[in-house]
Design a binder for this molecule. Structure first.
Ligand SMILES: [Zn+2]
Ligand SMILES: [Zn+2]
Length: 362
């Protein structure tokens, strides 16, 4: 057991408490990582607000990077000292989804309350999203970790763990956009900007950003959007058709807002598909007209974590960053200490397009 500092949620909707907790040593197939950086993601905020349920007390945080400090038995290809990205994609490797090469939808459940964390007095403490990375150290399964190059800054690397793979993967893996196709990205926040740069990397012709904020549309253009349309305008999908000269081959919905889902199919070209990435609160419903989708071969498809295979996709993203083709530093809007986590969360909630990162100073 090690005593570490972590930001704990004791009650939904209340500020997190930075306190000492216990972390047990890595067991079979597990790795201990001392974190250098963890970004604040909107999913952490939704969980902390109680939008998706879950046990309390809990430690959130799932977008992290650091160095391996210990490995359990049966770990292969990773050793103490390796720089790594830590993700929430825990994959058993043997269920039907994993066997088909789809680790992001692994069917083996994980109970974080039986994980490596406990309160100082030995009580249960949920390792939320199989990570619990709002903490100085994590113990995670080896499937969640990818070794990366030594020379990428840790704060940039941390972003790859969630927002970057989710956005780029939605375009490249889920929509399978190829050069010359047209893409609409609804929401130019952390995931949206990465969907936009994913479309740029994939060679899309028109990349249309749709957002409620003029300021975010400007930032979207820096990441590769060719056009920006205000979601608050009357019939933004008509304007998008005008900009593209046709409908989109893919519409990537990166926000959890129901109106965005309701209108998303209206941006499509015949044969196009909506990629559903943004996560509304549990129980919320969207409606669409099935006859239109059926008549012109359109589709709607969910995409979890960009459908990535982390050991395949994260190293190429690191490489693109090092070549100057993937923007990561530009995604960071603020740097905070763990003690300032509630301020970092409050800043993220203001709707800033970019990421706030907790930096661990040693
Ligand atoms: Zn996330
Ligand atoms: Zn599995």
């Amino acid at each position: 057991m090690t005593t570490i500092k972590a930001a704990v949620c004791h009650e939904f909707g209340q500020p997190l408490t930075v306190e000492e907790v216990q972390l047990r040593a890595p067991q079979m197939g597990e790795i201990e990582v001392c974190l250098s950086a963890v970004a604040v993601c909107h999913s952490d905020i939704s969980f902390a607000e109680g939008a998706w349920g879950g046990s309390l007390p809990a430690v959130y945080g799932h977008e992290a990077a650091g160095h391996i400090t210990a490995v359990g038995a049966g770990v292969t290809g990773l050793v103490k000292g390796d720089p790594v990205v830590v993700t929430l994609i825990r994959a058993c490797g043997t269920c039907p989804s994993c066997s088909e090469g789809k680790p992001t939808i692994c069917g083996t459940p994980y109970d974080g309350t039986k994980g490596p964390l406990s309160t100082l007095d030995g009580g249960p403490l949920d390792q939320a999203m199989a990570c619990g990375a709002f903490a100085e150290k994590v113990v995670v399964d080896q499937s969640q970790v990818v070794k990366i190059s030594e020379d990428i800054p840790m704060e940039a690397a941390s972003l790859i763990a969630c927002g970057v793979i989710t956005g780029i993967g939605a375009v490249v893996n889920a929509a399978q956009i190829r050069a010359g196709q047209d893409v609409v990205v609804i929401g130019a926040g952390g995931v949206g900007l990465n969907a936009i740069q994913g479309a740029r990397i994939a060679g899309a012709r028109r990349i249309v950003a749709v957002d409620m904020s003029e300021e975010k549309l400007e930032i979207a253009k820096e990441f590769g959007a060719t056009d920006g349309i205000l979601a608050t305008d009357k019939k933004p999908f008509v304007q998008a058709h005008r900009a593209m000269g046709r409908g989109a081959d893919a519409v990537i919905v990166t926000v959890g807002a129901i109106p965005a889902y309701d209108t998303a199919p209206r941006y499509l070209a015949p044969g196009g598909k909506v990629i559903m990435v943004g996560m509304p609160h549990s129980g919320e419903k969207s409606s669409y007209e099935p006859v239109i989708l059926a008549a012109i071969g359109q589709g709607m498809q969910g995409s979890k974590m960009g459908d990535v295979v982390i050991k395949r996709d994260i190293p190429w993203m690191v490489d693109l960053y090092q070549q100057g083709r993937l923007k990561l530093d530009e995604l960071i809007s603020g740097r905070w200490s763990l003690d300032q986590i509630n301020e970092a969360i409050a800043d993220t909630k203001t709707g800033s397009a970019k990421r706030n990162v907790i930096i661990f100073n040693r």
